[in-house]
Design a protein around this ligand. Structure first.
Ligand SMILES: *[C@@H]1O[C@H](CO)[C@@H](O)[C@H](O)[C@H]1NC(C)=O
Ligand SMILES: *[C@@H]1O[C@H](CO)[C@@H](O)[C@H](O)[C@H]1NC(C)=O
Ligand SMILES: *[C@@H]1O[C@H](CO)[C@@H](O)[C@H](O)[C@H]1NC(C)=O
Length: 370
């Protein structure tokens, strides 16, 4: 009898310890709300009549959760958003807003609003006919925000959004690639605006967008700067560069925008009480992978694994008829535009644990516990 009681007490103790462990975890992060473009789209464009789609093989070939079937992610496996969610302890991947399943409890791990072709500016990505720009992504979050009130009750919903949710924003590359740099008069903005004028417009819009999210109770933000878009296989191919070269103008535009973004986030950290805006230095992280690709275990940083055309397979996007490399872990780029899962893993781990040269003023582990 006595030993039975002891066993029972020990048993309950174990259960309780594991239940406290869980509660502590859940306190860390509940939801990951993801905004942005094709770098983090997890399937929204599947539901849009658009020319920018990734729900065709072999995209997703290494994505375990779908058994290797395409999901709408523009890479062979997980996006940076997926990996960050996993590492910070959300129960599931953030569900795409346009997915019919994005209702009820499925939203508690977060919702993904990102859309291939989307940008800060409304006109960005018009060449794809359809995509969700940032303004619309935030309109959609406004809908989610009300659903959370119904799901959790107003006070708990507010707490959950403010304290247990991280808002990540990966946007801006398309404003250059699929707007400002487009040579077609009626689509691009370059004819009528100077580089500084255009970057200024982007920053003004982004300030408004981030402030809107703050008004909807977002408090923990991470915003990625624009990567070295002059080094992607597409740009290198159409400009007929050699392996070690990158196109100058796109990189210069990214650097200009990134400097202004840094100032904007400092300003918002000063002006919006209770909010933390973290800058993810994607530009330097990706440039490091491209420059020192061999040290990071890759055999090429110029040639797309999946794609066709020119010396870097950089013209025709990845699809069923594309040629595909034999070792997907050895390519920094999966397709003419997007990093491979292997590259995404290295970048994500840096954002989670890295120092202030890559993520500042704090990394994502610290933001979670902040
Ligand atoms: C929706 O959820 C159900 C049940 O979990 C699953 O079988 C189905 O594949 C999901 N649909 C989509 C589009 O993800
Ligand atoms: C962008 O488009 C949306 C929806 O079409 C519209 O509501 C919004 O006012 C537009 N924003 C700007 C700055 O034009
Ligand atoms: C959210 O939507 C409501 C209308 O349903 C609107 O009144 C409000 O201004 C919106 N909030 C933001 C921050 O966009």
């Amino acid at each position: 009898m006595k030993s039975c009681t002891v066993a029972l007490v020990a048993f309950l103790l174990v259960i309780c310890l594991s239940c406290f462990g869980k509660a502590a975890n859940q306190k860390g992060i509940g939801a990951s709300f993801i905004f942005g473009d094709s770098l983090v789209d997890a399937g929204n464009n599947n539901y849009l009549p658009t020319l920018s789609k990734a729900n065709i093989s072999p995209n997703g070939i290494d994505f375990k959760a779908s058994g290797g079937k395409p999901t709408g992610r523009y890479t062979n496996g997980r996006t940076i958003g997926d990996i960050v969610g996993e590492e910070l302890g959300t129960a599931n991947y953030a569900v795409p807003f346009l997915d019919p399943n994005s209702t009820g409890k499925a939203m508690l791990s977060g919702v993904n609003y990102a859309s291939g072709g989307g940008g800060i500016m409304n006109a960005t990505g018009r060449i794809f006919v359809n995509r969700l720009g940032m303004d619309i992504q935030i309109d959609y979050f406004n809908i989610t925000r009300k659903q959370f009130d119904d799901l959790l009750g107003r006070s708990e919903a507010r707490d959950y959004i403010m304290k247990q949710s991280i808002f990540s924003i990966t946007i801006g590359a398309n404003d250059f690639l699929n707007n400002y740099l487009l040579p077609v008069l009626s689509i691009g903005a370059r004819i009528s605006e100077s580089p500084d004028g255009f970057v200024n417009d982007m920053i003004e819009h982004l300030r408004g967008q981030l402030t809107r999210l703050y008004r909807l109770d977002a408090r923990k933000f991470v915003i990625g700067n624009v990567g070295p878009i002059g080094c992607i296989p597409y740009q290198k191919t159409i400009n007929q560069l050699t392996e070690d070269e990158c196109v100058d103008l796109p990189n210069k535009l990214a650097v200009r925008y990134n400097a202004r973004l840094k100032d904007l986030l400092t300003e918002l950290n000063d002006n919006l009480p209770g909010a933390t805006f973290v800058l993810a230095n994607v530009y330097d992280l990706v440039l490091e992978l491209i420059t020192n690709y061999k040290q990071h275990g890759f055999t090429t940083a110029s040639k797309a694994c999946c794609g066709n055309g020119g010396q870097f397979a950089g013209i025709i996007p990845c699809g069923p008829t594309s040629s595909m490399c034999s070792d997907r872990n050895k390519h920094v780029f999966w397709d003419p535009y997007h990093p491979s899962e292997a590259a995404n893993l290295i970048i994500a781990k840096q954002l989670i644990n890295g120092d202030t040269t890559v993520i500042s003023p704090m990394n994502l582990k610290q933001l979670r516990d902040h």
